[in-house]
Ligand binder design. Sequence first.
Ligand SMILES: [Zn+2]
Length: 266
Amino acid sequence: MKLHLLDLGRLDYDEGFPLAGGGVSTASNPDPGSSRRSVAIIGALVEHPKIGPVLFDTGAPPNFKELWPPVVQELFAISRYEEEDRLDRAVQAAGHGLEDIRAIVLSHLHLDHAGGLEFFRGRDVPVYVHAEELKNAFYGVATGEDLGAYIPHYLDFSFNWQALHGDQVELFEGFNLVRLPGHTPALLGLRLDLANAGTFILTSDQFHLRDNYEGPQPLGWLLRDHAAWWRSYRTVKTMADRAGAKLVFGHDADVLAELKQEPFYD
Ligand SMILES: [Zn+2]
């Protein structure tokens, strides 16, 4: 099994989104101002020996300027989306075409993870997502209660949605998904035990940044369930310590740059 990390562009947002207390005022510093962060949009291509190429998250669509509502583009501003950041080009750089992809696994259905499904419109490739995430996403858009993080363009009945159930799912041999509620009700992290490179855990947005994990400092405005987030933190921490795992956080550009020094891991 081989893991290729995909760099799918950059997103700029207020630090209060990924970090609890980002920009908070205090008695001695009553007006700290708002800081902004530039973060990476990250996906992964896993070459599975039996299944073939599997995608984990898809980034943003190439026509995000048309598809993302203006207010969303103000809050979550894509600041870099070059040719090489396109999902098709990133997959190509890893040695495959989109037509080779046998399965797509989405950690969750937020717009910067599932929006790249646009590349697969009209194809029958199975799209795996946790059942509770699928329900939450359609509900969040239909009621407007979580519109913005989820948007309608890819929440579309034409994709080949495959719902997963349970807290741990070995979807393919050695391709282990772990439910990590907090950022969303049923976000899935991916654990891969690679023969040479050891264990990798792709945490997706349970942790946007290394600071979330190492602080530990919970997510800010992007947190939905505080108590669940702490339980998920313990789940990842215990697993990572036990296995000596390398962690890939959902949006940390520095961690991505370090890990991208190797073309792939096997
Ligand atoms: Zn998210």
